[in-house]
Design a protein around this ligand. Sequence first.
Ligand SMILES: CSC[C@H]1O[C@H](OP(=O)(O)O)[C@H](O)[C@@H]1O
Ligand SMILES: Nc1ncnc2[nH]cnc12
Length: 300
Amino acid sequence: MHTEPNQPSGNAHWRIGVIGGSGIYDLSGLEDVQDIAVQSPFGAPSGPVTLGRIGAVEFVFLARHGAGHRIPPEGINHRANIDVMKRCGVTDLIAISAIGSLREELAPGSFVAVDQFIDRTHGRADSFFGEGLVAHVSLADPVCARLSAHLADAAQAAGARVHRGGCYLAMQGPQFSTRAESRLYRQWGADVIGMTAMPEARLAREAELPYALIGMVTDYDAWREGDHVDVAQVLQVMRGNAALAKATIGQLAARLPQVRTPSPIDHALDGAIMTAPAHRDPVLVARLGAVAGRALRNEG
Ligand SMILES: CSC[C@H]1O[C@H](OP(=O)(O)O)[C@H](O)[C@@H]1O
Ligand SMILES: Nc1ncnc2[nH]cnc12
């Protein structure tokens, strides 16, 4: 099926997008479940989305690496994934990721509510905008503090050990870091490491979606003498933590305020578009219908 679900009326109602990373290929506890394939002008998303609700809160789930984890970090079409979330009327976007720890105190098994990023990825399509429609959004605070606090509270209520705040180093992969890189990233002030949150977080902001990332620490990367991450280690910790991540989503649904008050991120594109109307590329403008339609319609 290639339909788009109805948009929520206004934004007073939460419709939470969830992008599940390694080990999180579905959500549990959803009611009225429907799988739909949504098309995007930015190409193929990672797969169909699953729509459902837990109580009054609606969810739209997408597995970042696709069914069976077939898409590598550098092959993820983040633009299509975020565009599809917008087309599904998502109001806020949660990312769940496996992450390596660059700090002794962030032990495997614990969760980190990430609030900053250093981006070392390259060659990934990292903006919806470009020639014919130029825009510059602020990324100073790339995570929505409100959503991140709700998510951290929910993870804690589900029984997770949660660290609030942390800087995520987005590496290119798919190989894990060298020891020298891992130690360098510690010196840079990074706390955790992964391969997927960029450009996902950038694109969420361009699409005016409040974004929060909860990372599940699976390993100590490669900075400790005599120890280095491998997939077996990641999978072993994830097997223990996937249920906790899913329970976090259930707790979030139970704890979110009934009414979603507006977020400044809902208007992140206001004042960000530089290109004069007469110089805009109509093809790009049309592609950006879901991402920037609100901002383009409301220009004064
Ligand atoms: C299986 S370890 C490497 C893999 O796991 C993380 O993915 P995600 O953020 O989608 O959970 C990491 O970024 C790598 O892609
Ligand atoms: N050490 C690590 N480096 C990059 N991505 C990861 N995902 C989980 N652990 C990781």
